[in-house]
Design a protein around this ligand. Structure first.
Ligand code: AMP
Length: 521
């Protein structure tokens, strides 16, 4: 046994019986908890035989599959640190992660092994193993001869369980070091908050290289012996088909937008579900309302990040307030501070969201200086997200600090402008950014996707906002595009948009003004 704080021991304690389904696919493949523990024992033997020592990293870049989750568990059982990577990364991009994390083993798709060989060799990785979506490859070949029993290597709550790289929309991607207790405390809090039990069937359509699909979705199921209805990717028809078997779904806002575009999303098709959860990006209030009107389900929005796992959640019982992410989860402390001074602000004021709790990561891998910059002396992590706490404790996010626009010395929060633009008939979706402007420092720019068949001009947007937003918040330019750039989690890539529209006003000085004056309400 691994010890009281070993994540895997807590999972083992939650399983009702080895025969209970851990994951099933729409095609009917069933994988039990007994299978999960048997196969992860085999993989753990393989890892130890390859020379893995406690604390060594196991990097994985494979397509979403059940064996990939088995490797996650096996790594923890062998005392290793799990490092999942987006299968979309090229060999060149992988070179950075492998060089930075220096894993002992890399497990990749059989088709990618040749391409990755050079990057792996450059990073000094001695072992490159393969694993395909069906669980075939050199990892499986080695595992075939191994025992189905494995005595987990002891780990304490403070020992690292995972290294998860941040999406890194600007600058270098950083490895967030997550301990066993970081992950376990969050899984326990979420099981409680969202009333998870062994009877739940979680519709899993998220990628598993990100905190949402791996730690939020998978750990919550594992911590109560629930089952996963495991889809290889998000597909509207497959998801709607699965709703009759599932009880809970976790998704990013784009999932819900796409589901709403299907006439098959109805009260009837969602009748078996007890809960829809959204996170990783802001869920537009209009989407929340439309989803509720169509299905009778109020989507529960929560807020988290790679470094902290989940921080806040709208309540299971009680008001799920559109446009907010709800109160802090039990055990998580949140405060709002003033940019610059760092002074704690009163309820209702907008400032930096800072977080402290057992969920908060141990720091950035091999970036001691960066880690020191992001933590206060009293242990609060400076998230980079701006928000406020309402008098009744609900948290609202107004955007990333990096996305804050300072125009003519005045602060504009893109989320506030986006909310107003979203209300204009004919607007499908929008993103508001600041671009260099010779006079203003930065100018507000809106980039819009129109609803099918809608016809709007820039003047219509300005006119429609005249009654709701002060002049300095209204866009100085409006661009119409077919689609907004998004990352794998559906987050709009604002840094890319800023780059695309950098010269909208000739490029300005290229310098970003510093923060001035009180935040706008
Ligand atoms: P990641 O580390 O990729 O999970 O990204 C975390 C970031 O996503 C947070 O710092 C927020 O900026 C954003 N985010 C996550 N959940 C929400 C939410 N419910 N509403 C608004 N932004 C969110």
């Amino acid at each position: 046994m691994g010890g009281a704080n070993h994540l895997v021991d807590q999972i083992r304690a939650a399983i009702p019986s080895p025969a209970k389904t851990f994951a099933e696919t729409p095609a009917g493949t069933r994988f039990s908890y007994g299978d999960l523990f048997g196969l992860s024992a085999r993989y753990a033997h393989v890892l130890v035989d390859l020379g893995l020592r406690p604390g060594d990293r196991v990097a994985m870049q494979v397509q979403k599959s059940i064996p990939a989750l088995v490797l996650y568990l096996a790594t923890l059982r062998a005392g290793g640190v799990f490092l999942p990577l987006n299968p979309a990364y090229t060999a060149q991009e992988m070179g950075y992660f492998l060089g930075d994390a220096a894993p002992h083993v890399l497990v990749c798709d059989p088709g990618a092994a040749t391409d990755l060989a050079e990057a792996a060799a450059a990073a000094g990785i001695g072992h490159v193993e393969t694993l395909d979506q069906e669980g075939r490859g050199t990892m499986a070949d080695r595992a075939a001869a191994a025992e189905t029993e494995f005595i987990d290597l002891p780990r304490s709550g403070d020992d690292l369980a995972a290294l998860l790289y941040t999406s890194g929309t600007t600058g270098r991607s950083k490895g967030a070091m997550l301990s066993h207790e970081n992950l376990a405390s969050n899984a326990r809090a979420l099981v409680e908050a969202w009333r998870f039990g062994a009877d739940d069937v979680l519709l899993h359509a998220l990628p598993i290289f990100h905190t949402h699909g791996l730690f939020v979705a998978t750990n919550v199921a594992l911590f109560c012996g629930a089952s996963l209805l495991y889809l290889p990717r998000f597909d509207v028809d497959a998801v709607i088909g699965g709703l009759a078997r599932a009880t809970v779904m976790m998704g990013v806002p784009t999932f819900y937008v796409r589901l709403l575009a299907s006439a098959a999303l109805t009260r009837k098709s969602t009748a078996h579900m007890r809960l829809f959860i959204s996170g990783s990006a802001p869920l537009p209030a209009a989407v929340h309302r439309e989803f509720e009107a169509r299905t009778g389900h109020a989507i529960l929005e929560r807020y988290g990040m790679t470094e902290t796992s989940m921080n806040t959640s709208n309540p299971y019982d009680g008001e799920r307030r559109p446009g907010t992410v709800g109160p802090p989860l039990p055990g998580v402390d949140i405060r709002i501070t003033e940019l610059g001074s760092g002074a704690t602000l009163a309820r209702g004021a907008v400032g930096m969201i800072e977080i402290k709790g057992p969920n908060v990561f141990a720091g950035y891998w091999r970036m001691a200086e960066k880690t020191a910059q992001e933590f206060r002396g009293d242990g609060y992590f400076i998230t980079g997200d701006m928000g406020r706490i309402d008098p009744d404790g609900y948290v609202s996010i107004v955007g990333r600090e990096k996305d804050l626009i300072i125009t003519g010395g005045l602060n504009v929060y893109p989320a506030e402008v986006e909310r107003e633009i979203d209300k204009i008939g004919g607007v499908g979706e929008c993103a508001v950014i600041g671009v260099p402007h010779a006079d203003l420092g930065e100018a507000v720019v809106a980039v819009l996707v129109l609803s099918p068949g809608a016809e709007l001009a820039a003047d219509d947007i300005g006119g429609a906002l005249a009654g709701s937003l002060a002049g300095f918040k209204r866009p100085k330019a409006v661009f119409f595009v077919d689609a907004l750039p998004r990352n794998a989690m559906g987050k709009i890539e604002k840094a890319r948009l800023r780059e695309i529209h950098r010269r909208a006003f000739g490029g300005g000085t290229g310098k970003r003004a510093t923060f001035k004056g009180p935040p706008t309400p």
